[in-house]
Design a protein around this ligand. Sequence first.
Ligand code: N7H
Length: 592
Amino acid sequence: MTLSCNDSVPIRETPAVNLLTSHPADPARPPVPNEPPLAVCNIQGNIIGGFNKDHQTMLFLRVRRDGDVRGHLAAFKRWLHEFVPFIATAEEVLAFNRLFKAIRQRNQAETRTIQATWINIAFSFEALSMLAPNDAEQFTDEAFREGLAKRAVARLGDPADLEMEGNPKNWVFGGPGNEADVVIIVASDDAQDLAATVDRIEASIYGGRSPKGGPLASGVQVVYKQQGATLPLPLTGHEHFGFLDGVSQPAIRGRLSDDPTDVLTLRQNPNDPDQGKPGQDLLWPGEFVFGYAGQKGDATEAEGGVAAKGPDSLVGNAPELARDGSFLVVRRLRQDVAGFHAFLRETAQKLTAKGHDIIADELGARLVGRWKSGAPVLRAPGADLPALAADDCANNNFEFQEPTARIPAAKAGPTQCSDHVFKQSEGDKTGAICPFAGHIRKTYPRDDTGTLSPKIGEVSTQTHRLLRRGIPFGQPYFEPKDASKTPDDGNRGLVFAAYQTSIVEQFEFVQGSWANNVDFKDARVEGRVQAGHDLIIGQSNANGVRARRCRVSVGGSQIEVEAPVDWVIPTGGGYFFAPSIEALRTLAGSKP
Ligand code: N7H
């Protein structure tokens, strides 16, 4: 019996799912009756599906505070009522993504065979407090309640100096008094279709016309419009510093229907039934969507460790209105590309002059934990290995402590992965290959342990994960021969966006307790920096000084390197909540 329509295609990415047929014997789709069916028709599409489009616009809206505020709110509710039918669901986005992947595998190339434009929406705590005060009061997440602007300096390490660009006072939106109440995400495969859709939405906001054409006042205005786009060749899929982005995401447990084999995430590692792609631990959906079991962050091995099911993410944390919804963190992060590359070049030269041979590209790879191609340094310690980066069955298959095992082709079912071509990771207990401060080691330490309080280990680490949905903004910067002649104009960066069910325990924890924390991993010894900062996103306000430090292993010696200034500068953002379709109808007053 042939299990897959795609089994003759050589692997570039993990095998695609069968689109119409269900095969009970497929080992990538084992029966998982204990995993919950997800309400995919009710959950917004960008959360568990992921828009994954080349073109995106975010419209940040503010409810008008002038004159008759109650009237503006009533108008906004009427506008929302008309807008809700345009919101893309997880069902549509997942179905599209599966079809898109199947066509791409058959073609062995990117195609424009199918295209879509999706819309999603999310609200700040202040907006929910205006629309549904009793429900809003039941959200317990302090970060969501206070908003990003209030917490940026104290919790995230953003510049305290009011004169600095990164201080919330100077943000292009989302700073004090300039916070957005609502964010609308419009994403498309086609730039023109995106522009036309955004035009229609803006016309409905300003032109007194509903998306369906009827007359309507919206009660809101656009405070900021943020474009984003995949970078052009040769940087397609990469962020502005040059590194491939979007490689590692958490895998999510759960089913798409009552059929016990209708899994959201294919189980593609024949060595480990608790993983999606090899290296991608399956997490309970409550980590990202309210109303489902999350991880049990203190589970013992006997209880199942990382696989153990924890409490429902809704209970005690959020109102019933939050069911099937998710928090959305948006950070507009400007990137100083010229500054980053100058640092790598100059630091590599200085180290080499002192006898620690390293070139800029290698230093960059160690600070990120992946080479520019996306190949993890754990599996390509000496040089970049683009073929490894391109193999989705292998590019995430490593741990930081323990070695990983080969996956022979004979062991893999037709829609599963093999991983036997590239050398396996041997682990890196001392940080000799990937520094403990490396960006991917700081933001997802995998099986690393640490002495933070409470102690960090693989089981608790899985309660600090993020579903990243970022996209670059601005044109790429290519260094001229003489950098002083064409300075970086500074107008580029990443619109970081991430979904989760606890902003405190997920986004803020990753940024504050890991990336910014010189003591992770491990505790300070005799006052010396141990891991140091994540030099990519870590921030420091220590004694008013922005300089950051970390330790990198070069040729067997641990060297301390210092970054005098920030290369990733916050310039806007907000904390939002993306409700379910049903909750949107309630907020709009469409439901009694
Ligand atoms: Fe990061 N970069 O180019 O260096 N990130 N990131 N990030 N990031 C990752 O796996 C980058 C930012 C995470 O599972 C990669 O997709 C840049 C923030 C997490 O192994 C690269 C910026 C936060 C992961 C970058 C930025 C995170 C991750 C590797 C800002 C959270 C997954 C490719 C301009 C607070 C780790 C990949 C894992 C990966 C870069 C921001 C978190 C290349 C330039 C603000 C959790």
